[in-house]
Design a protein around this ligand. Structure first.
Ligand code: BGC
Length: 447
């Protein structure tokens, strides 16, 4: 068994990271547009990003050239709901035209409602520290009414582990605050309620059968060897042994199984789990690296010397997609979409006018080999979205890290260049993954 014919080969982005046009056509600011000041590398702001708000037709043409079957993007909440309860028709039209453009190019839209750009108006009434789940439900309803006649794939939240688990504990993302345990519990509850209500709103307003899910930040430890004990040890540390707001099951157990881990229970109220636990059509996850090599975690024998690194100093660990798909499927039994995977590289336009990124070409092949193995074992993976379609605003890291398969020259009218990796990926898509190597040959650690 190999990749299904309708496998969603895609790439991903997020509104705040690519759109720009931050104050155009009735849009009001998000927390990132305002609060970035003093917190980001070179004080970079997301206000202009990649100018996709103006260049979206060109972007879709490039996606078509690569042969993408799907594109995951997010909606800027404050572009469509610029004030509490007020819909901005121009904002809605932007996304409606965008969806039409994708479909004309034969690309399936995959919509994320929340990729961290909370409207300032919602922040001013308390943000996620207060219960704004009804506002989120309204946003979900408006977008579903506008787009679900054409868009089938819906994602409520991107990585609560990061925008709650990291941003509110380390204070390294907007709103750049650190909360205590109770504060984190409260924010988690509000986000989970908003997820549940959005799923209900999408189902109620949908104009055709839709696929609803989320995009979790997958935290995965991989086995150091083939024995059952080693596999069980990695599974344990990935799931039941890692129960904090930054781990997996704090979020996915309540959302998928309707069960709260003990440490979350004190923060929930009667009736919450019924709202949070909604039937889902797929389990989306973002995954970049195995945690085996991150020394702050307990489960790591000494890190092998000289393992390959990305420009974010993340370990290249291709075995991780196989293992996390397997561990998630064993526990949650939902079909899966890999909603993000990719690497930052030190790309630039070379003397021949092209962007050669052999590390990324190799990265994509290696990681996808693990996905292929999972598919061959019968694990239902419906799609893979490379992060990112183009270089973009990497939050507190500003514009330095380049994750794209399309290079963006920010200082020269945001000119786009297809990198070599775009062609590598295009060929994999064309062959529906048949040209990928054996996983065991592609991995650095045990697979
Ligand atoms: C996020 C993206 C981010 C990427 C690379 C994910 O955590 O969803 O917004 O750019 O990782 O850091």
């Amino acid at each position: 068994m190999s990749f299904p014919k309708d496998f969603l080969w895609g790439a991903a982005s997020a509104a705040a990271q690519v759109e720009g046009g931050w104050d155009e056509d009735g849009r009001t600011p998000s927390i990132w547009d305002i609060l970035y000041e003093g917190h980001t590398k070179h004080n970079n702001s997301p206000r202009e990003a990649c100018d996709s708000y103006h260049k979206w037709r060109e972007d879709i043409a490039l996606m078509k050239e690569i042969g993408l079957k799907s594109y995951r993007f997010s909606i800027s909440w404050s572009r469509v709901i610029p004030q509490e309860g007020i819909v901005n028709p121009k904002g809605v039209k932007f996304y409606s035209d965008f969806v039409d453009g994708l479909l004309e190019a034969g690309i399936e839209p995959m919509i994320t409602l929340y990729h961290w750009d909370l409207p300032m108006w919602a922040y001013e009434k308390g943000g996620w520290e207060s219960d704004i789940s009804e506002d989120f439900r309204f946003f979900a309803k408006v977008m579903t009414e506008a787009l679900s006649d054409r868009a089938k794939w819906w994602i409520t939240f991107n990585e609560p582990q990061v925008f709650v688990g990291a941003c509110f504990t380390l204070g390294n993302g907007a709103p750049f605050k650190k909360l205590d345990e109770n504060g984190i519990g409260k924010v988690s509850r509000h986000v989970m309620l908003a997820h549940g209500k959005a799923v209900m709103a999408i189902r109620e307003a949908a104009k055709q059968p839709v696929k609803v899910g989320f995009a979790q930040a997958a935290k995965c430890f991989t086995p150091w060897g083939p024995s059952e004990e080693e596999i069980e040890e990695a599974r344990y540390h990935t799931m039941d042994g890692y129960v904090t707001v930054r781990g997996n099951i704090w979020w996915t157990d309540p959302m998928v199984l309707g069960q709260a881990p003990d440490s979350l229970k004190p923060h929930l109220q009667a009736g919450d789990l019924e709202i949070i636990h909604q039937p889902l059509d797929f389990f989306g996850f973002n995954c970049y690296q195995s945690l085996n090599y991150t020394e702050s975690y307990k489960f790591n024998p000494p890190t092998p010397r000289g393992l390959p690194l990305t420009a974010m100093n993340w370990r290249i660990s291709p075995e991780v997609l196989y293992w996390i798909a397997r561990f998630f499927y064993e526990r949650y039994k939902l079909p899966m979409v890999i909603t993000e995977n990719g690497m930052a590289n030190l790309d630039f336009v070379m003397m021949d006018g092209k962007v050669h990124d052999p590390q990324r070409c190799d990265f994509i092949i290696r990681y996808l080999a693990g996905v292929k193995k999972a598919v061959e074992e019968g694990i239902p993976i419906l799609g893979y979205q490379y992060w990112s379609i183009m270089d973009n605003y990497e939050w507190a890291e500003g514009y330095d890290p380049r994750f794209g398969i399309i290079f963006v020259d920010y200082e020269n009218d945001y000119k786009r260049y297809l990198k070599d990796s775009a062609y590598t990926y295009a060929e994999i898509i064309r062959q529906n993954g048949e040209n990928l190597p054996e996983a065991s040959a592609a991995a650095f650690n045990y697979i």
